[in-house]
Design a protein around this ligand. Structure first.
Ligand SMILES: C[S@@+](CC[C@H](N)C(=O)[O-])C[C@H]1O[C@@H](n2cnc3c(N)ncnc32)[C@H](O)[C@@H]1O
Length: 295
């Protein structure tokens, strides 16, 4: 069963990306299909191509498309958007990327994305390939682990956590979410252990980003996404943490500075969720949407 995912900034995405009629739409992060189907229901799409590297998101999406009224114009592919863009030649009027993981990932009992659920530390969005988080934790040396926690999690106690982890794994391999959670918790000084965010939050984020190579794929993909826009086409990217948002902001700025006649940044400041949305969906609190247009 695909777990429910509430789409973030849905109205803002529709306002900016449904800017004309007869839109050829590309959704590079299909997830639960919330944005995808809502865009289709507007009646403004000529075609809709969804992508997701998660096999469960893909299977759920394929079934829903087949059973919907949109089966003639909507398609979904099981692929990493980085790989899709390497050989894509189709041009689109609107492209949306709602980055990172879905609630389905966090709420799943098997995937190991959340320290709130006991599971094996896997964390791969695409479970058909690549190294699991536990492989990374049990094989990299202390310095590399500390660097991952620091660079991808902005964790200030990265070295202490990595040192503790390497000590612990001499006894037994680190396999379970609860084991990693405890290592982070005990690496924190007593007076900081019960403060928010939980001591394991940043390390779990860092590992997930590393396992899925999220930041490199995003940075390499943005120029290709811009190339995939038709004249007048728009690209919207929703990020969930500062590392991602920095990449989106700088890449859009670079495209504009290199060619001011060809691009317009439509969101001088990122769009964020209003109080009403945050109260209904706390996950939207950290979402930032930036939109660029190809002239
Ligand atoms: C935040 S969810 C998208 C939710 C969706 N917009 C909705 O409203 O239901 C992100 C999805 O993108 C997928 N994803 C993340 N990075 C990806 C990548 N590089 N290639 C393909 N899919 C990716 C994840 O597997 C996840 O299902």
């Amino acid at each position: 069963m695909y777990k429910e995912h509430i789409s973030v900034l849905l109205n803002e995405c529709k306002e900016y990306l449904l800017h004309k009629s007869n839109i050829d739409y590309l959704d590079i992060t299909f997830g639960g299909g919330g944005h995808f189907f809502s865009f289709l229901e507007s009646g403004q799409l000529s075609s809709a191509q969804g992508l997701d590297q998660d096999i469960e998101a893909y299977a759920n999406g394929k079934k829903r498309i087949e059973e919907s009224d949109f089966s003639k114009i909507a398609k979904i592919k099981h692929i990493n958007f980085g790989s899709f863009l390497e050989s894509n030649e189709v041009k689109y009027d609107s492209i949306l990327g709602d980055l990172g993981v879905s609630s389905h990932h966090f709420d799943s009992d098997e995937r190991g994305f959340s320290f709130k659920r006991e599971a094996d530390l896997d964390m791969r969005m695409n479970t058909t390939e690549g190294e699991k988080a536990s492989d990374v934790l049990n094989s990299l040396d202390e310095k590399d682990l500390a660097d991952i926690f620091y660079h991808y999690g902005e964790e200030r106690l990265s070295r202490k956590i990595a040192a503790r982890l390497v000590e612990k794994r001499k006894e037994n391999k680190i396999i379970k979410t609860s084991e990693l959670e405890e290592i982070c918790f005990l690496a924190y000084p007593k007076h900081m252990r019960h403060k928010k965010p939980h001591p394991a939050t940043r390390v779990f984020q860092a590992l997930r980003i590393y396992v899925n190579d999220e930041l490199n794929i995003l940075e390499q993909s943005i120029p290709k996404l811009l190339e995939a826009l038709k004249p007048g086409g728009r690209l919207g990217l929703i990020s969930f943490h500062s590392l991602e948002d920095r990449i989106v902001k700088h890449s859009f700025k670079k495209a504009y500075q290199n060619d001011q006649d060809s691009y317009a940044i439509l969101t001088k400041r990122p769009l964020v969720a209003n109080d009403d949305e945050v109260s209904k969906n706390p996950r939207s609190r950290s979402a930032k949407l930036r939109v660029i247009e190809k002239k």
